[in-house]
Design a binder for this molecule. Structure first.
Ligand code: SF4
Length: 230
């Protein structure tokens, strides 16, 4: 298994898979190194009784479809709560994980009808961006009825109120929570497009949170030194 890292924190541990096809310039995962791990050894490491849940994330676990599903199956069999993160890249992978995953985390970047914006945030050209957004739409359908938290990094000058509201509308009826994170407020962000410090402002983040909350049951806003639930 090609992983960035495993973390054996108790009770919530994590396994971070290596590689994401989107290669966003502001994402630390694009620069992360990987190590090859043996599946049985990873399962063994996570079998500690003190570990209750395992977050399977990284960049995009579905790139390692077989290994990720084997890991999910084995952890589920051992009674672990599995939390799976995805970008929505592969709806079939997500469908195959159902019944073994307690909660999903879906990384959103743009409204589903905005492939142009998608091309400015990722390395994808327009046809690939359109395909990805189509896959995300299908993933949302696959996840209907599951426990899903969506996440959205708010990047200054890329995500305004209109974009955030459109994303919230796309997610309506599909997710129980949307987490908005302020760009550069956590170690997974790399400076990008001239932004080297956390932004947009706390005030703007709160306004975006309120706007998204009009369409969703719960919105969490997180940034450098602040967190609020609407
Ligand atoms: S930000 Fe998300 S979609 Fe972009 S490279 Fe990182 S993990 Fe992939």
């Amino acid at each position: 298994m090609r992983l960035i890292t495993i973390n054996r924190n108790k009770p919530n541990s994590s396994v971070e898979f290596y590689g994401c096809p989107m290669q966003c310039k502001y994402c630390s995962h694009t620069r992360a190194a990987f190590k090859d791990y043996d599946l049985d050894k990873v399962v063994q490491a996570m079998s500690d009784n003190g570990i209750r849940s395992v977050f399977i994330g990284g960049a995009e676990p579905s790139l390692h479809q077989q290994e990720a599903l084997d890991l999910i199956r084995m952890l589920h069999k051992r009674g672990k709560e599995v939390v799976l993160k995805t970008t929505g890249h592969d709806p079939d992978f997500v469908a195959n994980s159902k019944g073994m995953v307690s909660r999903y985390v879906l990384e959103m970047m743009t409204p589903l009808d905005d492939p142009e914006l998608f091309t400015t945030l990722t390395s994808y050209d327009l046809p690939r961006a359109q395909e990805h957004l189509q896959n995300t739409r299908r993933t949302l359908e696959v996840l209907k009825g599951e426990r899903v938290r969506a996440t959205l990094r708010i990047i200054p000058e890329r995500h305004d109120r209109d974009k955030v509201e459109r994303i919230a509308r796309d997610l309506k009826g599909h997710v129980e929570e949307l987490l908005l994170t302020q760009f550069m407020s956590n170690p997974n962000d790399i400076s990008y497009a001239g932004f080297f410090s956390p932004g947009p402002s706390e005030e703007t983040m709160m306004e975006l949170g309120k706007a998204a909350r009009k369409h969703l049951p719960r919105v969490r806003v997180r940034g450098n030194g602040f967190e609020k639930v609407f």
